[in-house]
Design a protein around this ligand. Structure first.
Ligand code: C2O
Ligand code: CU
Length: 633
């Protein structure tokens, strides 16, 4: 641009003043219109891939809006203001129709589209521009000379608001939920096996067959989603070595799936929508089949839209009993702590006050599972057993060696984690599990369900918060461990837990990240069968405890904050990484497939804390995203 041009432009701008009543008003109308245009341009790539006509429409709309803004700036007139108001109102009306009844020219005609962050932002900008254009239109030739400073001051709010809204809208529009994201695509020219072929080998194991029908029910005036009509779903009990077959029938209004949390099932049976299967459509079914391996306490839950479906009730316990009957306790109970659907409350096995039968002298095994999201403090649940000394015999279903007897202690359990307690019923009185509390909003009434085992007077109340915390790093007796004792690991990965403001799934939001990245764009951990994999998980935050869960494998906990474990070897599928903690863990890659590794705080996983472990030579035919409708988190 030459100096002559600039002088000319200024001349035009000055000429505009003659017509203009308020430069501030006019400039803000221009800013708002340009902002809406920018958002419309930003949605083009996503729309082009989804439905090219939409893409073309938004290109045209963006160009028209830029044209309008330029004209208003350079040759303002009342007609132009009327056109500006009318066209912006028209675009808003079209948006409203597309979000309520749908439009006729669309991939699915007359189907309302989902309201999203970018379109709301663009509509907001347009809505304010309509007001500005009308104000410009209404004020006829009343010359109001304002000084530059007054104009500038008057523009401050709009100069702050319009670009910020534009930035958020454009950022959100440029990061939509992928239409189709494949965690481990087929690569032409490489020998590879599809994950769907990774199933349990044929065999003559005793068959245990279950049917789980997922359907809406009403409990306590709230809608819940339930397996076989109860929340939690039925407890499934199988024996080590059984061939377990579960038929999932979906009578929900949405697609769903079942994940066998903690059980090392074959790759195709892991129940993760978009990775190991397509989510089961309403009216559809899916058959899961696996051989029950290591005895222990596990649980099952939906892994499609888990953030909503788990708190809605799609959870249940699954117990693998040892083959050797002498190891079966006299009284063996699974105790699943979960969210009461539709309410801000905890329950245990569907009630706030659970009573379990036991007589004096009975040996009792309590299998405690935390299937509830944490409270506002994002801290683990800390159940406390009072009334009898007990041993913590297993964590996440895996036995500890040489467990010592303990008095009342808070046992930290992040969401997804389990602890098995064994005790002998005292001669008189009941044993209780208390401390099942979480921090809620000040106005919510915090519920604290209690489990009572046996009859008679309850044990004296304890001040839960003053009790010591159970420390798994120095409990039980040391023993040889092939993974912990390894002198070398083939693959290592550091995962730094973090988060912050960002854009994800078409929205401006907080994201939760592994080493600065949010799913699905976290590079996978690539492994080969037989390799030993070392993970260092660092939580630099001072707030949340993140329960980091691995699918299909067992983690051996090596060290906390650099200090190796000094007691029993500890094997888990979920490691609770507290504020300012660093955990070293390792696993043997012994189960080919594509496996998730994610934070089990459902919001965190959904906001990005989720990645995969990909075996060389395995691909998945499934994709996540809007096209498939698979949303594992
Ligand atoms: Cu309990 Cu990936 O889940
Ligand atoms: Cu987390």
């Amino acid at each position: 641009m030459s100096a002559v041009h600039i002088v000319k432009l200024f001349g035009q701008l000055r000429a505009r003043r003659e017509v203009d009543r308020s430069a501030a008003l006019l400039n803000s109308a221009v800013l708002l219109t340009l902002g809406a245009a920018a958002i419309h341009f930003a949605v083009v790539p996503d729309h082009l891939s989804e439905y090219p006509l939409y893409g073309a429409f938004f290109i045209a709309l963006g160009i028209a809006q830029v044209g309008l803004a330029a004209a208003v700036l350079l040759v303002p007139s009342r007609q132009l203001f009327a056109i500006g108001a009318g066209s912006a109102a028209g675009v808003m009306a079209l948006w409203l129709v597309s979000r309520t009844v749908g439009v006729p020219i669309a991939p699915v005609p007359w189907r309302p589209e989902a309201v999203g962050f970018p379109d709301v932002t663009a509509t907001l900008l347009e809505g304010i521009s309509v007001i500005q254009f009308l104000r410009l239109f209404r004020r006829p030739r009343r010359l109001r000379r304002r000084g530059r400073i007054r104009t500038a001051l008057k523009m401050v709010p709009m100069v702050l608001f319009a670009p910020l809204a534009t930035y958020l809208g454009v950022g959100a529009a440029l990061t939509p939920m992928a239409a189709a994201y494949n965690a481990a695509p087929f690569v032409a020219g490489q020998t590879s096996v599809s994950l769907v072929n990774l199933v349990a080998p044929a065999g003559a194991q005793p068959l245990k067959e279950f049917t789980l029908t997922a359907a809406p029910i009403t409990v306590g005036g709230h809608e819940a989603w339930a397996y076989n009509g109860t929340v939690p779903g039925p407890e499934l009990r199988v024996t080590e070595g059984d061939r377990v077959k579960v038929i999932l029938i979906n009578h929900l209004p949405d697609a769903t799936s079942i994940h066998w949390h903690g059980i090392n099932v074959p790759g195709a049976m892991d129940g993760v929508a978009g990775i190991t299967q397509d989510a089961v459509r309403p009216g559809g079914f899916y058959v899961y089949e696996f051989i029950a391996g290591e005895p222990g306490t596990y649980w099952y839950h939906s892994h499609q839209d888990a953030m909503n479906q788990i708190p809605h009730g799609l959870v249940g316990s699954i117990v693998v009993e040892p083959k050797d009957p002498s190891k079966v306790r006299v009284r063996d109970y699974s105790v699943l702590v979960h969210t009461q659907p539709g309410a801000d409350a905890l329950e245990v096995n569907g009630t706030s006050s659970l009573h379990l039968n036991a007589a004096p002298g009975d040996t009792v095994r309590l299998r405690i599972t935390n299937g509830a999201e944490p409270g506002l403090d994002l801290a683990p649940l800390t159940p406390v057993l009072v009334g009898a000394p007990y041993e913590v015999v297993a964590l996440d279903g895996h036995d500890l060696t040489g467990p010592q007897e303990l008095g009342p202690q808070r046992i930290p359990l992040g969401m997804g984690q389990r602890a098995d307690l064994v005790f002998t019923m005292p001669d008189t009185g009941a044993v209780r599990l208390v401390g099942l509390k979480q921090v809620g909003f000040p106005w919510s009434s915090p519920s604290s369900p209690v489990v009572t085992i046996g009859d008679g007077p309850a044990a004296a109340a304890v001040n839960v918060s003053s009790l010591p915390r159970f420390d798994l790093t120095r409990y039980g007796t040391p023993a040889a461990d092939p993974v912990a004792d390894a002198s070398h690991y083939d693959v290592t990965r550091e995962i730094i837990l973090g988060g912050g403001f960002g854009f994800r799934n078409g929205s401006a939001d907080f994201t939760d990240t592994f080493s600065g990245r949010a799913s699905p764009y976290i590079p996978p951990i690539n492994v080969r069968e037989g390799q030993l994999v070392h993970l260092r998980i660092v939580n630099p935050g001072d707030h949340s405890s993140h329960p980091i869960h691995i699918h299909g494998h067992i983690l051996t906990l090596l060290a906390k904050n650099g200090h190796p474990l000094s007691g029993s070897p500890v094997h888990t599928d979920t490691v609770l990484v507290g504020p300012h903690e660093t955990w070293d863990v390792a696993f043997k890659a012994d189960n080919p497939g594509i496996w998730m590794l994610h934070c089990h705080i459902l919001e965190h996983a959904a906001a990005g804390m989720s990645m995969t472990i990909n075996y060389e030579g395995v691909y998945t035919p499934f994709t996540m995203g809007t096209r498939s409708g698979n949303i594992p988190e």
